[in-house]
Design a protein around this ligand. Structure first.
Ligand SMILES: [Fe+2]
Ligand SMILES: [Fe+2]
Length: 209
């Protein structure tokens, strides 16, 4: 299941990603930036969820995001020199990417705040919404990126990553629909907020290419 984002036209994103993919220095940093965001995702799952709540689904999600982080970093090493660190100079608009994720978390925490939830439930609910919002963006972006890679003869495939992201998205939708009566209205609010944050990141990314 892929969400059809309308904030940036598909052709616009294709054009931007094509410029990145055609330039090995930019592509190396872009891959390391995607790796960085995947790593942040994994790390946030592990650090925010109560250790008593570590279900098979949570452990799978965290380990898959860690694997995606490793996959993208390994691919960065195939495009150019292996970027061993996530220092800003090894990333493409990395500081903005970091803020995109941090601000998304804050937005979700504020949006979930008024619910009658225990502390543990609150952190789990935030995890569910953040996952859903991020997976919608990842699904949209990775499908476009996959086609750009194929059109430019790149040797690696995103099919495995995309399949896992789609499963994360489905899991989040399924669990939230049953858990939150305000699911639709909250999602409208979060989608709008995420779009603003992504456009801000995208603007910074375009300044770098
Ligand atoms: Fe991922
Ligand atoms: Fe994911």
């Amino acid at each position: 299941m892929t969400s059809l984002k309308t904030d940036i036209a598909k052709t616009e994103m294709e054009e931007t990603l094509t410029k990145i993919v055609k330039n090995p220095t930019l592509h190396n940093k872009f891959l390391n930036t995607i790796s960085f965001l995947e790593h942040m995702g994994s790390r946030k799952i592990l650090s925010t969820q109560d250790i008593r709540d570590m279900s098979e689904s949570l452990l799978r999600h965290a380990s898959e995001e860690a694997r995606h982080a490793h996959f993208f970093k390994k691919m960065a090493g195939k495009i150019g020199q292996m970027p061993e660190t996530y220092e800003w100079e090894n990333l493409l608009a990395g500081y903005s990417a970091f803020h995109y994720f941090q601000n998304l978390d804050l937005m979700v925490q504020r949006g979930v705040e008024d619910s009658q939830l225990t502390n543990r439930q609150f952190h789990y609910r935030c995890y569910q919404y953040t996952s859903l919002i991020i997976e919608e963006r990842a699904g949209w972006l990775y499908h476009i990126y996959r086609d750009v890679l194929a059109n430019n003869g790149n040797p690696f495939s995103l099919d495995g990553v995309i399949a896992e992201e789609e499963k994360h998205l489905e899991d989040a939708i399924h669990s939230l629909q049953n858990a939150d009566d305000d699911f639709e209205s909250r999602m409208d609010f979060f989608r709008k907020g995420e779009s603003d944050l992504f456009l801000r990141y995208y603007g910074k990314l375009k300044e770098k290419i």
